[in-house]
Design a protein around this ligand. Structure first.
Ligand SMILES: C[S@@+](CC[C@H](N)C(=O)[O-])C[C@H]1O[C@@H](n2cnc3c(N)ncnc32)[C@H](O)[C@@H]1O
Length: 267
């Protein structure tokens, strides 16, 4: 009889399979079972060996999500069957990923587990646009915020502290609430013309992005019909776009010297 197995809670990153960690790839290739979310890209699922059992537990559009308790129980049951279980989640399992809820249930059930971090969507999307999340003189801090709220319940966030113009704000799950978020931030003192960008399916071949300002980005994202998953990055760092974007030489006369330069801050 096999002993109790182990669950690896693994971050699959934002979509690009090259952004998986080496440890994540090793665990995926060695897994007997993979329990995965909808946000895990097909290219990453293609790395799972053919004989590995697959359990999709992600919420599909227009269908009911599998209750979290059922997912927790599935992980416990599979591990107790002695399996090497990979629990694969988009981004990082402990950033808006409910990974810690699953870990807590594994502890209660006496199941061994490990956490393998992933590149969170904010980092993946920012780097895909060549944007930093912090930059000396522009952003001294960074906040990840969820824009998700219950239907008909207003978002209950600490608007005064979120409106700090020296902090980059990344809004996860904010497609539905971005207009409300922008209004509240402006009401609490964030400049209305603060640079903002919406990124859909960042780091994948279907990536789309829309640049604007705090007050325009909601309408722009809507007009562009950006599909989920989308996140919003708000802050002066987004204004570095023109300084950090490589010129396109196809049919253009752009020269390196024509480009705006970042001010180098010494000391
Ligand atoms: C439930 S949260 C999961 C976050 C994930 N654990 C992480 O660390 O990135 C889902 C939200 O993440 C953001 N997201 C995830 N992947 C993304 C991507 N490739 N491009 C843009 N946003 C993404 C979206 O805001 C989406 O609504």
């Amino acid at each position: 009889m096999r002993g109790i197995g182990k669950v690896s809670l693994i971050g699959a990153g934002p979509g690009d399979p090259d952004l998986l960690t080496v440890k994540a790839l090793k665990r995926i290739q060695d897994a007997e079972v993979v329990v995965y979310d909808r946000l895990v890209s097909q290219e990453i699922m293609d790395l799972v060996p053919p004989k590995t059992a697959l359990y999709p537990v992600g919420k599909k559009p227009k269908s009911h999500p599998i209750p979290q308790e059922e997912i927790n129980q599935l992980l416990v049951d599979l591990a107790k069957e002695g399996k090497r279980v990979v629990r694969l989640k988009g981004g990082d399992p402990f950033i808006f990923g409910r990974g810690s809820e699953e870990a807590a249930e594994l502890v209660i059930a006496g199941v061994d587990y490990e956490v393998v971090p992933g590149i969170t969507a904010a980092q993946g999307c920012a780097s895909s646009l060549n944007l930093p999340l912090t930059h000396r003189g522009l952003a001294t801090g960074l906040r990840y915020v969820t824009g998700h709220c219950q239907k008909d319940v207003p978002l209950d966030l600490d608007w005064a502290s979120l409106a700090d113009p020296n902090t980059t704000l990344v809004i996860y799950m904010g497609l539905a609430a971005i207009a409300e978020i922008s209004t509240k931030l402006v009401e609490h003192g964030m400049p209305a013309d603060m640079p903002a960008v919406a990124i859909s399916k960042g780091t994948t071949s279907e990536e789309q992005k829309v640049f604007g300002t705090l007050t325009t980005i909601g309408e722009q994202a809507k007009a562009a019909k950006l599909p989920a998953p989308t996140l919003f990055m708000i802050g002066d760092v987004v204004g570095l776009k023109d300084s950090l974007e490589l010129p396109s030489f196809s049919g253009s006369e752009a020269k390196w010297g024509d480009r705006p330069h970042l001010e180098v801050i010494n000391g």
